[in-house]
Each structure stands twice: as structure tokens, then as C-alpha cells.
Write a protein that binds this ligand. Structure first.
Ligand SMILES: CCCCCCCCCCCC(=O)SCCNC(=O)CCNC(=O)[C@H](O)C(C)(C)COP(=O)(O)OP(=O)(O)OC[C@H]1O[C@@H](n2cnc3c(N)ncnc32)[C@H](O)[C@@H]1OP(=O)(O)O
Length: 218
């Protein structure tokens, strides 16, 4: 993940081992979610027992996760407050996030992900609402990358051209089309197997400057 999403460079107010533990437990939660939706009977019990054992193992042997470098440890903001990266699409520490892998910035920002069962809408296809969530986040990121402050999504139009598949790698791409004052227009798409499955266009607006000259977001 790019430094763009770091709140500050000050050290995380918890040990690296604890940050690694939190991200590991989030991974276990993701596997458990998929297992609960996939398995029944004895297989379900085996999956649950195996994942509970893996958390016990990580808790009982602090050295077990020594080689893992936390991706999103908590940070301190400029007022010294603890800031957790909670984003439900990108955060390694949030079990709700797949999370996406950041591939590149530049004229286009690109992320990749292979989505498991818990994101299913129609059989083997991504839920349409989550298609919008992915595009909102990646287009927001492209806007953030191209500008100095934080903007909020004002308008997002999604066109569903073909089903977005689960269980295969997706490319999610976003780019800025035009910037004018507080407004930034962006567009992007989700691509699977070389085919565009969904497109989005949208408008992001930076909050009005406060009287002290700062934006009101963040
Ligand atoms: C650090 C790590 C963090 C990491 C955090 C990672 C977060 C990722 C999040 C992904 C993105 C999100 O989900 S963001 C969350 C979802 N979005 C929201 O909750 C936003 C809710 N809406 C709002 O708060 C507000 O509407 C704002 C702030 C967006 C804008 O309010 P405002 O500032 O009062 O806007 P307003 O004056 O009406 O409009 C500004 C200008 O835009 C024009 N305008 C308005 N709408 C349109 C339109 N559809 N098309 C053209 N132009 C328009 C107006 O005419 C005006 O032009 P002119 O008169 O200036 O010419």
C-alpha cells in the first residue's frame, strides 16, 4: 500500500507483534467466514476447530508471527490521537475487507483482488452493491492520489456490463478525468480475464475550506 494512506510517520502505539497478531486474526476471520458459507456438518466443525487452533497457536507463541511485517499498524495523527486504518475495502486489519492489493499509481491507480464466497450475489458472481463499493474506493483513491486533500463521493454511477466473477483475479482501475476547483471527476472499471465487467464515473468534492484555512475533513 502506498504511503498515501498513512496518517503520519510517527511510530505505532502498539508493538509490531500485536499489529501482526491483529492482521493475522483478521485473516483467520476471513477464512472462517468463507468456511461457514461453504461447509456443513463434520466439515464445518473441522474448519472451525482448525481456525480456533490457529488463533490459539498465535496467542500462545509470540514468536510464531515474528516474520510477518504488519501492513496497517495504528498511527498517531498530528494531535497524538491513535488512528486505525479501518477502511472496509483496503485495511489488512478489517476482516470485512478482502483486502485489495495495491499494484500501481500514476495516470491510473490499480488494485487487484480475488474475492471469496462471502461477497457472492448471484451464484459465483459478485454482489452488485459490492461492485459499487470497490469502484467507489478505488476511484476515491485515484482522486486522493491526484490531489492534496481529502474529497468525498458526491455522485457515483455504475454500469454493470457483465457479471463480476468470484474466485478469479480482478483488476480494479481508477483515473482522474477532470479537476475544477473543489470538484474532481473520475472514472474506472473492474476487469476480469481481460474483459470489462463494470464501469463507474463519479464526482468527488473537497469540503469547503474552514475560516482557519484548513479543510473540514480528515
Ligand atoms: C487518511 C486516510 C483515510 C482513508 C479513508 C478512505 C476512505 C475511502 C472512502 C471512499 C469514498 C467515500 O465513500 S466518501 C463517503 C460517502 N460520501 C459522503 O458521505 C458525502 C456526503 N456529501 C457531502 O458531505 C457533501 O455533499 C459534499 C462534502 C460532498 C459536498 O458538499 P458541499 O461542499 O456543500 O457541495 P456544494 O457546495 O453543494 O457543491 C460544490 C460544487 O459542486 C457542484 N456540484 C454538486 N453536485 C454536482 C453534480 N452532481 N455534478 C456537477 N457538479 C456538482 C456544485 O454546483 C458546486 O459547484 P460550484 O458552485 O463550486 O461551482
Amino acid at each position: 500500500m502506498s504511503d498515501l494512506l498513512d496518517v503520519d510517520s510517527r511510530p505505532a502505539p502498539e508493538s509490531s507483534e500485536d499489529s501482526a497478531l491483529a492482521e493475522y486474526v483478521a485473516e483467520v476471520c476471513r477464512r472462517l467466514s468463507a468456511g461457514l458459507l461453504r461447509e456443513t456438518g463434520d466439515d464445518l466443525r473441522s474448519v472451525v476447530a482448525a481456525e480456533v487452533r490457529s488463533v490459539q497457536w498465535a496467542l500462545e507463541d509470540p514468536a510464531a508471527l515474528r516474520d510477518r511485517v504488519p501492513v496497517h499498524p495504528p498511527r498517531l495523527d498530528h494531535r497524538g490521537r491513535v488512528r486505525m486504518f479501518t477502511n472496509p475495502v483496503l485495511s489488512q486489519r478489517n476482516p470485512l475487507a478482502p483486502p485489495l492489493t495495491h499494484v500501481s499509481d500514476g495516470d491510473e491507480c490499480e488494485f487487484r483482488v480475488t474475492l471469496p464466497l462471502q461477497y457472492q450475489g448471484p451464484r459465483n458472481m459478485l454482489h452488485g452493491g459490492y461492485v459499487g463499493v470497490l469502484l467507489d474506493d478505488v476511484l476515491w483513491y485515484a482522486v486522493r492520489h491526484a490531489s492534496t486533500g481529502i474529497s468525498f463521493t458526491r455522485e457515483l454511477t455504475v454500469t454493470y456490463e457483465r457479471p463480476v466473477p468470484l474466485f478469479e483475479e480482478l483488476r480494479i482501475v481508477g483515473r482522474v478525468v477532470e479537476a475544477e476547483g473543489r470538484k474532481t471527476f473520475a472514472e474506472g472499471e473492474i476487469v476480469a480475464g481481460g474483459q470489462v465487467c463494470a464501469r463507474a464515473t463519479g464526482l468527488w468534492i473537497a469540503p469547503k475550506p474552514r475560516r482557519d484555512g484548513h479543510g473540514s475533513a480528515g
